[in-house]
Write a protein that binds this ligand. Sequence first.
Ligand code: AMP
Length: 191
Amino acid sequence: MLNIIICGAPGCGKGTQSDLMVEKYELKHLSTGDLLRNEIALKSDLGLEAESYISKGNLVPDKMIFDILSKAIAEQTKNSKGIILDGFPRNVAQAEALETLMASLNKEITLLIDLNVDNEELIDRLIKRGETSGRSDDNLETIKKRLAIYEQKTAPVSDFYKQKNKYAAINGMGTIDEIFGRISSVIDSKR
Ligand code: AMP
């Protein structure tokens, strides 16, 4: 089974590369950002609460994320070739909760893939995405805040998986195919 975490700053290409991994390795894609945006579109209580954090560029509370994600992980790891976690864990507390959940399901994380892209390029990509995405958080002020929160809270998740020897840094600059080629070689070396 391949249970992969794809990690990297906002705009690094996690969603695009996840789609390619889903196709090649027949994995289930779980994106916490997509799950939350879905709740926002439904105007559910959870969605309304989440939007107040997301639109300011802040992380939503861990409990809220874990409540929606733990059920999805349990379901998607059943009878599947594995999962891709995109946008989770976003901090070390979430990584610890994930390890406990996976152990309780008798599964484990195979690898964290860390997509590295220069900050200037990230800002460029997110501003461009904002022209069409309609996302409340794709504007310069919020982008800068999300990048700062990423450095402060999410980057330490890499160290957590480095210590477990389950970490691969990938150069996230270049064409989509070039980047996917790099990701595939790392995954193939783990199978
Ligand atoms: P994303 O689509 O992954 O960039 O997520 C968009 C926004 O959703 C983030 O800026 C956070 O506000 C929120 N979010 C997504 N995943 C998480 C998470 N694991 N923990 C906390 N907040 C999250």
